[in-house]
Design a protein around this ligand. Structure first.
Ligand SMILES: C[S@@+](CC[C@H](N)C(=O)[O-])C[C@H]1O[C@@H](n2cnc3c(N)ncnc32)[C@H](O)[C@@H]1O
Length: 253
């Protein structure tokens, strides 16, 4: 399984055997009208669609599987409510995008997206907290601690050479704003590609080499590309063939 299927996710999911996926990374429509595929007549239509794909996807995951869902904080709250009793919420991750917000002077400017991190079982799931350590922030204090340690609860604590445990707030610039030329945004072939570093973090934390990663709503296929580069298997679905990275093998449903 190393293919992106071109077609609708519902017929794609129907064709998948049950309990075959180790990790799913799902970046679905947000109903923010950034493209025709992101435009719904009203919230009810959007939620009916969202709950339908969630319910079609869950049986395809192994009992030991994890999944991540991107969306706005409000939509994530509604998804969380729908997922009550169906899977276990491990983290509500806040993605602080750092750049490129549309200006709003009537309320606080929106600078975040949310990511729901779920597992199918409350305890039996894979998570590698070591591989996703990130650099410490307070360099002076940490530099001191590297040399002499810091006294904590009667014990001397030394920083981990690989950095701190990854928190649930991720400061990662959006892909659009990372790729600027002379300060101007370069138009990409997809309106909302996700940053490679973020997808790699999810794959490394929640899967092992050889595991099968599901890339639903694949877009450019960023999740599949990262899975391939990290020696995982992948399977994806996207309805617009022209978005998919040309290095990925595709099959039209
Ligand atoms: C938010 S984007 C995903 C972007 C992707 N994470 C990336 O990094 O490139 C959502 C994608 O879902 C696709 N899509 C929307 N509805 C779909 C459906 N019913 N079946 C298959 N793909 C769909 C859209 O064409 C769009 O590319």
């Amino acid at each position: 399984m190393q293919t992106i299927y071109i077609g609708d996710i519902f017929s794609f999911l129907e064709s998948l055997p049950d309990s075959c996926i180790d990790l799913a990374i799902i970046d679905p429509p947000y109903n923010l009208k950034v493209a025709s595929w992101d435009s719904f007549r009203n919230e009810k239509e959007f939620l009916d669609f969202s709950f339908a794909w969630i319910d079609s996807m869950l049986p395809k995951l192994k009992n030991s599987a994890s999944f991540y869902i991107f969306n706005t904080p409000r939509n994530c709250a509604l998804f969380l409510n729908h997922l009550q009793g169906k899977a276990y919420l491990q983290n509500w991750i806040t993605w602080y995008k750092k750049d490129g917000f549309s200006a709003n002077k009537r309320r606080f400017n929106i600078a975040q997206e949310s990511i729901l991190f779920y597992t199918m079982d409350s305890k039996q799931y894979y998570f590698d907290s070591e591989i996703i350590r990130i650099p410490y922030d307070s360099t002076e204090r940490i530099a001191h601690a590297y040399k002499k340690g810091i006294l904590k609860n009667g014990k001397r604590w030394y920083p981990n050479i690989n950095g701190k445990l990854c928190p649930d707030v991720w400061e990662i610039p959006s892909e659009r704003h990372k790729r600027k030329l002379n300060g101007k945004i370069i138009k990409l072939n997809h309106p909302t590609p996700k940053p490679r570093v973020m997808i790699e973090r999810m794959i490394q934390a929640s899967s092992k080499e050889g595991d099968l990663v599901l890339d639903l709503f694949a877009g450019t296929g960023m999740t599949s590309l990262c899975a391939r580069d990290l020696e995982r298997k992948f399977i994806g679905c996207e309805k617009n063939k022209e978005y998919v990275d040309s290095s990925l093998k595709i099959f039209t449903l």
